[in-house]
Design a binder for this molecule. Structure first.
Ligand SMILES: C[S@@+](CC[C@H](N)C(=O)[O-])C[C@H]1O[C@@H](n2cnc3c(N)ncnc32)[C@H](O)[C@@H]1O
Length: 394
């Protein structure tokens, strides 16, 4: 284990921060400090690479370069000019500075001003030290992404070391109108208590995201193990330790189980979505470890005496457009099906806050507020043990 202590930040939705903290603890990371929509932590070099490969619920990972005074735009420019950028990357690399203003306090700077001052300081620095060569800005596909976060007259400068957002696992294709983000699916599975030691069912699987994430958990498969070479931004920075990276990739490949120990089942009423889920699972290389079926949830048989059912329920507008289905009646049928066929199971249902979820009519163990694509939602958890009581109103 290397002793280097790197300052890192992992970002995530505010609602799932505790899940990310639990994931970091599992990686053996210390000095975890929660912040708004982010978690700050210290890590060894091994943990730095492990975090990029293994975190299921982080959106991006930043590696802090320096914190500098930034009471005025000029001060930020002067500070940015002093940073030895050439220690991190050369003038041949393209770059982009993302300015992030945290508050509207006294020393407020707009995002554009922040990125402009850091960019000018950085380019000026290269001009001063070298033979007139400086890195160019590329807004589309920069090799280096610098994040400048300004709060309370100070600026934290970091490299975005993940690059392409970590929810992009690379397995999902277009074809479903309402796919859930992979990182949210993983957070929901964690909140539902799923860890691969239970039978799993998503009876309204759509493009398969939740079930595919479940299969990956069941097989201890690192979610980013298939990200292509050059797709992590750290690969373009001077501190990139290629040998250690390869060792870490091999380590996590060898940790993967040959197959899940318990069934992972995905079904949907619509055959074309089941086909899409299967195709996505194939791209995630878990297809042959999952079971797929077409059918109505109301007609389904539980694939075991106990297990965890997770579903992202259809929303009102879409169902209404699809033919004016009575959402209340549908949600009531979901409750009835759970009562009749899923005794011994735990069910975790993601519902929009303004949906008629109360008619499901079962007592919840927990209700967790979440957001799905900006829509306020709730994750309703039901423990359907024998003799579980029906809800007597809220
Ligand atoms: C919100 S989407 C799920 C999206 C999914 N989580 C994903 O990431 O793609 C809800 C799904 O429920 C399915 N559905 C609607 N009514 C159903 C029923 N009665 N039984 C089974 N599936 C149903 C729809 O076809 C749709 O794919």
């Amino acid at each position: 284990m290397s002793e280097t202590s790197l300052r890192l930040i992992a970002t995530c939705p505010e609602e799932t921060k505790d899940v990310l903290i639990a994931e970091l603890q599992q990686l053996g990371v210390s000095n975890i400090e929660p912040a708004y929509r982010a978690v700050h932590f210290r890590a060894t070099e091994e943990q730095f690479y492990a975090a990029h490969l293994c975190l299921r619920t982080a959106s991006r990972i930043l590696r802090v370069i320096k914190e500098v005074a930034a009471q005025t735009p000029e001060m930020l420019y002067t500070q940015a000019r002093r940073i030895p950028w050439q220690d991190y990357f050369g003038p041949e690399r393209t770059f982009l500075v993302e300015g992030v203003p945290a508050d509207r306090g006294e020393a407020f700077m707009r995002a554009n001003d922040i990125s402009q001052k850091v960019r000018e300081g950085l380019q000026e620095h290269f001009l001063r030290i070298g033979d007139g060569k400086m890195p160019k800005v590329d807004l589309e596909e920069p090799r280096v992404i610098i994040v400048a976060f300004v709060a309370g007259g100070r600026c934290t400068l970091s490299f975005d070391t993940s690059g392409k957002s970590l929810h992009k696992r690379g397995y999902r294709q277009d074809g479903h109108p309402a796919p859930i983000k992979e990182t949210l699916a993983a957070a929901i599975l964690h909140l539902a208590g799923y860890d691969g030691t239970q039978t799993f069912l998503d009876p309204m699987c759509g493009s398969g995201t939740i079930a595919i994430e479940a299969a990956m958990i069941a097989m201890s498969k690192a979610p980013q193990i298939h990200r292509a070479k050059g797709q992590f931004q750290f690969e373009w920075l001077a501190f990139f330790n290629r040998d250690l990276w390869r060792t870490m990739q091999e380590h996590y490949r060898s940790e993967k189980l040959a197959t899940p120990e318990h069934p992972v089942v995905a079904s949907d009423i619509d055959a074309k979505y089941v086909e899409l889920a299967r195709a996505n699972a194939l791209r995630a290389r878990v297809e042959k470890h999952m079971q797929f079926a077409v059918g109505r949830f109301q007609d389904i048989e539980a694939p075991g005496a106990s297990g965890i059912l997770v579903a992202n329920l259809p929303y009102g507008e879409r169902l209404a457009k699809a033919g004016g289905i009575d959402l209340e009646a549908f949600y009531k049928e979901i409750g009835d099906t759970l009562k009749k066929k899923f005794t011994g199971w735990r069910a975790a249902l993601l519902v929009a806050e303004d949906s008629p979820y109360k008619v499901i009519g079962l007592k919840t163990t927990r209700r967790i507020p979440l957001k799905n694509g900006g829509i306020p939602c709730k994750l309703l958890i039901y423990d359907l043990y024998a003799g579980s009581r029906e809800k007597k109103g809220h």
